[in-house]
Unconditional design. Structure first.
Lengths: 390, 207
């Protein structure tokens, strides 16, 4: 019995859902192409050492691993951005590239609810560019893409990892301590962050800032509140950068679709600047996630400032279903059946309809009865007397 | 509508009181009913009454916008959600307890730990002695008494159950374990206009 079942956290995609997925892919492809992005695909299987040996190593328990014929450890693509960063650093020669992809990534641990272990993603990466204008364009395009995918009432929640890193930079935390503080603050658990920092002898001013950090979300009013909390140059630079991004986005007409959260500290350590999540009310987890990762490609041998985002296609489908915006199932325009000996004429009629841009099915059984069970706008029967519409 | 996931059991009554104090119509919560989904008369609030350990699941998934749950459960479940407020109720500690005369069992290279906080115990002991976890669902104190385990890892409120069974706290691992208001990460932003005023009232009520 177990042979017929799937392991935890992976799913088959049946025709109805697959069609919805294809429809979203088609719309996103159009959006990506129309703004000058080029497609790319990375190999599904890579060396484990590629991702274990870099500074921003992925936790090994999250990777699907197996061994190659020579005993080397392999992984199933654990992250699209890492793969594309590797490609950009090792195989692309242009100083700049704008790429898009449809890839699945694998997370051995993620399971339950809208979290699956095989994660279908659509995404873009803008390689070789820096600055607030680049960040703002990326965020604006992220909002456009969510709309293009058919989602209504999207919000983009924007933060900057530099603010939290700046606040914590004078505390002398070890990497493990810093990670625990980040995780606490990312969960808005200021109490635990304060406890950890007090233990490491942080200054009272830092503690006060950390206490306030979980409340620093909302509209542009958070910038003044953030500025009042700290004199740290890195943190203040982050606030100034966010303000500039907000100004540009407002000028582009996106002000109503964005909000800010300075307490954001994403779990992927490669983010170096602005970070953002795309939210819709109907799904309890972000449908889009992205940010700037300027130092990531350094590990692969080339410095490439970059920013990008990925859309979780499964979550988009869940949202579309709950918003009742799933694309309709197409009905065949014509169903054709024929009598024995008229196969060629029936096939020629099918081709004629197809050339007119119609969707056609040709029955595999002979006789008029074959048409009875078929769902189509028109039904045609081909006999030795010719083709007739029924 | 704001949907709450509320814990059945020791925090239930206090949670309802606190919400009522902040203007939430909780009358429906005091009705004697076996219904698990309740709605306030004004239609503004929905309540799901669930086991405490399930509150983070409902909130993480976004089925509930807000939830009330003990910090012990949050540590154990490790869900991706926001902790908005310390509600300062039901204070307790997460401690290692056992027989006073057998404190040396803590240096036993293969310590048997009875607990219902399996994930937390694994993390706590990760860089300490090797342990064997004995997962239990209640009456944890019985484990060392009967020799099933060397020590227990559990919440301690007054310590009276420990004392009655001849056990003492050997080490407090987490103190200040209290009930927390948690929020779904997406709902907090997409329903900010509804949720933030209520959270502000709750913050005022507990401070």
């Amino acid at each position: 019995m177990i042979l017929k079942k799937l392991p935890t956290g992976v799913q088959d995609i049946l025709p109805r859902e697959c069609r919805a997925l294809a429809s979203v892919r088609e719309k996103l492809t159009r959006a990506f192409e129309s703004r000058g992005y080029d497609p790319v695909l990375s190999a599904a299987v890579e060396y484990y050492d590629t991702y274990a040996g870099i500074r921003n190593a992925l936790p090994q328990e999250r990777m699907f691993k197996f061994t190659d014929q020579d005993g080397k450890l392999l992984v199933l693509r654990p992250d699209a951005t890492l793969s594309i960063s590797r490609i950009a650093a090792t195989k692309l020669t242009e100083p700049e590239a704008r790429l898009y992809y449809f890839l699945d990534k694998w997370d051995a641990q993620s399971a339950g609810g809208v979290r699956t272990r095989e994660i279908f993603q659509a995404g873009i990466e803008r390689l070789g560019e820096e600055g607030a204008f680049s960040d703002a364009q990326t965020i604006a395009f992220a909002i456009d893409c969510m709309h293009e995918a058919g989602l209504a009432d999207c919000i983009l929640d924007i933060g900057h990892v530099g603010f939290m890193k700046g606040l914590l930079e004078e505390c002398g935390l070890t990497d493990a301590q810093a990670e625990e503080v980040r995780a606490s603050l990312n969960a808005k658990d200021g109490l635990n962050a304060e406890r950890l920092l007090r233990g490491s002898g942080a200054k009272e001013e830092t503690l006060a800032a950390v206490r306030a950090l979980p409340t620093l979300f909302g509209g542009k009013e958070v910038f003044a509140a953030a500025r009042a909390l700290t004199k740290n140059a890195r943190a203040l630079d982050a606030v100034a950068h966010l303000e500039e991004v907000r100004r540009i986005l407002a000028d582009m007409g996106y002000e109503d679709s964005i909000c800010f959260d300075l307490g954001t500290g994403k779990s992927l350590s490669y983010y170096s600047g602005i970070v953002f999540s795309g939210l819709v009310r109907e799904v309890g987890a972000p449908v889009l996630s992205g940010g700037r990762y300027d130092g990531l490609a350094d590990d692969f041998g080339r410095h490439i400032p970059a920013v990008g985002f990925a859309i979780g296609l499964k979550r988009v489908l869940v949202a579309l279903e709950r918003q009742r915006n799933l694309p309709a199932q197409p009905v065949c325009d014509a169903a054709i059946a024929c009598e024995e000996g008229c196969e060629g004429a029936a096939e020629r009629l099918s081709k004629q309809f197809v050339s007119e841009g119609r969707r056609v099915t040709l029955a595999a059984q002979y006789g008029r009865d074959a048409l009875a069970g078929m769902n189509a706008k028109e039904k045609w029967y081909v006999s030795k007397r010719g083709a007739e519409r029924i | 509508m704001i949907n709450f996931a509320l814990p059945k059991g020791r925090l239930a009554e206090k949670s309802a009181q606190l919400l009522a104090q902040c203007g939430v119509d909780t009358a429906v919560l005091s009705e004697d009913t076996r219904k698990l989904v309740l709605e306030s008369a004004d239609g503004k609030y929905g309540f799901f009454l669930v086991k405490p350990a399930d509150v983070p699941v409902y909130v993480e998934s976004g089925v509930a916008d807000l939830g009330i749950v003990g910090k012990d459960t949050l540590i154990e479940e490790g869900r991706d959600l926001y902790e908005m407020l310390d509600l300062k109720m039901g204070e307790c500690r997460l401690s290692i307890a056992g027989y006073p005369a057998r404190r040396d069992v803590l240096t036993n290279p293969h310590l048997r730990v009875a607990t219902k906080y399996v994930n937390t115990a694994r993390r706590v002991f990760a860089d300490r002695e090797e342990i064997e976890i004995i997962p239990l669902h209640g009456s944890i104190e019985l484990a060392p008494v009967t020799g099933l385990a060397d020590v227990i890892f559990d919440v301690v409120q007054t310590g009276s159950t420990l004392r009655a069974n001849g056990l003492v706290v050997l080490e407090d691992v987490y103190t200040g374990i209290t009930a927390r208001l948690v929020a779904n990460k997406v709902c907090l932003k997409t329903k900010a206009a509804e949720l933030l005023p209520l959270i502000a009232k709750l913050r005022e009520a507990v401070s």
